[in-house]
Design a protein around this ligand. Sequence first.
Ligand SMILES: [Zn+2]
Length: 242
Amino acid sequence: MTATSAGRLLVVSAHAADFVWRAAGYIALVTAAGGTARVICLSFGERGESPGAWKQPGMTLQRVKEIRRAEAQAAGDALGATMRFLDKGDYPLPGDDEILLELAELMRAFQPKVILTHARADPYNYDHPLAADLTLRARAVAQALGRESQHPPLGAPPVFRFEPHQPEMCEFMPDVLVDITAVFDRKIAAMAAMRSQDHLARYYHDLAERRGVQAVRNGGSAAIRYAEAYQRVFPQVSEVLA
Ligand SMILES: [Zn+2]
C-alpha cells in the first residue's frame, strides 16, 4: 500500500505539538502523494508542554494558547495538513463523554482511512494515553449504526500508535517502520515551527535517523535515511504475508 491509497489520514494529538515530533513524516507523505491529512489537537498543551512560552515574563494562559495555536498551525501548514483545535484543556485533559462524542462525530464527518494516535501508556504524561483511549472509544462510537449523527457510520480504519518519548516505558513496540526520507525536510520545517519546545527538535531528528538505520536493517531500501515507527492496534488484513 502507498501513502496515496491510505490517503484520508486522521491524527489525534493530545497536545498541540505531539503530532509534529511523532507523525510529521507520515503526514507529509500522505499530503505529498495527494492525500488528505487532518490533525485534531485536543488541547494546546498550554499548561504542561509549553516551557519556552512560560519562561517569558508576564505570560498568561490565554497568551500561551495563542502562541501554541500559531506554532501548531504553522507546523500543519508545513505538512499540508488541515488543523482542528478543540481547546479542551491539558494537565489534565478531560476524559468525559462530551469530548468523546465530539471526536466520534468528527470521525464520522471526515471518514478517515487511517487513524494515528498515542501509545497505550505513558507514566510521564497521562494526557497521552487518555487521548489514545478517547480515540479508540470514539472510533467504536462512530461505528455504531444506532448512534444519532448527521454523517454515515465509520468503517474500520486501522489505528496506529505513533512513537512516544520513552517507548520502553509506554508499552510501545514498533511493528511498522515508515520511510520518511523523501519528506524529511518538511518534518524539519514543522519541528522548527514549534518554538515553545525547540529542545525536542534535535532529539526527534536523531530518532528519525536511528529508525532509518533500523528500517534498512529490517529489509528496507539501502537509500532509507529517516523513518518513523508505528505500532498497530488491530490485526492487519492481507491476502499475502509480506
Ligand atoms: Zn503531549
